[in-house]
Design a protein around this ligand. Structure first.
Ligand SMILES: [Zn+2]
Length: 282
């Protein structure tokens, strides 16, 4: 009798272990929905959670842009060709203006009169007091900018916003001003043709510091604040869009003050591999 009781106990434990093992294996099956169902069933019976492998993986992928700055192995960029809609006056017009990975430069411009969605004023210090267009940024970039400025301040570096969003019409005015002063050819060098300014995306902002006299000059890159930005911007999803060693690739001279939001995952990838956006979007 006693022997029979022991056999029953051992057999029950064995069955339970097998059941648990199969739950774990099923819970890690490849299909997200199946794995999730098994995991829920297991939780309802035992009260314990099996994290479905595929579920947690897909979850991780969607959160990478927010939290995980080291996972850069599966970063992908859109291709050059698939993000072009048309050609206008020998400049391509992009078809993904609202994407945080949109690439505009001297060969690629935004659709005329493009206005980005959700422009907001980031709660950061600016080098001026007026509430004007250049104070705005897309919300998707404004929130990370606030975090970056806050972190910089905690480490003793005070950053200032100088120029964020610039509308198509404003860029026309800026370009015309340069054109009248310098002629068309020179104007194209120092300023963007309307539609091809990154500031029109609402994802870029020029920043400076008191040590750089609030100016947008290459000296900002040598200040403690500029150096901090260079080494830390990617952690918040920003890149130095026109690096010193990439002027031939970007078509722009070195602008340590011009940062552009692309998301943490992509910014970290570009930073770690020392790539300009043009080298990733080919
Ligand atoms: Zn700029």
């Amino acid at each position: 009798m006693r022997k029979r009781t022991w056999t029953v106990i051992i057999a029950t434990i064995g069955i339970l272990l097998l059941l648990e093992l199969s739950f774990i294996l099923w819970g890690r099956s490849k299909t997200t929905t199946d794995a999730y169902k098994i995991s829920s069933l297991h939780k309802s019976i035992t009260g314990c959670e099996i994290i479905p492998k595929s579920f947690s993986l897909s979850n991780k992928t969607s959160q990478q842009g927010k939290n995980n700055s080291d996972k850069t192995s599966d970063v992908s960029f859109p291709s050059y060709e698939e993000t072009i809609r048309a050609e206008e006056d020998s400049i391509s017009v992009v078809n993904n203006p609202t994407s945080v990975l949109v690439m505009v430069n001297k060969q690629r411009k935004l659709p005329d009169n493009y206005i980005p969605p959700k422009l907001v004023i980031p709660n950061v210090r600016f080098s001026f007091n007026e509430i004007v267009e250049k104070r705005y940024l897309r919300e998707v970039a404004a929130v990370p900018l606030e975090k970056m400025f806050k972190q910089a301040e905690e480490e003793g570096y005070i950053l200032y916003g100088v120029s964020g969003y610039r509308s198509y019409n404003r860029q026309i005015a800026v370009f015309k001003m340069h054109e009248q002063e310098l002629g068309e050819e020179k104007a194209r060098e120092v300023s963007s043709v309307p539609g091809s300014s990154e500031h029109q995306t609402g994802l870029s902002i020029d920043i400076s510091s008191e040590s750089a006299k609030f100016l947008l000059s290459t000296e900002f890159g040598s200040t403690p604040e500029g150096k901090w930005v260079k080494e830390n911007a990617h952690k918040f999803g920003f890149i130095i869009r026109y690096p010193e060693d990439k002027t031939k690739i970007t078509g722009y001279s070195f602008e340590p003050w011009h940062i552009r939001y692309v998301g943490i995952q992509h910014a970290t990838y570009l930073y770690k591999h020392n790539l300009a956006l043009e080298e990733a979007i080919k």
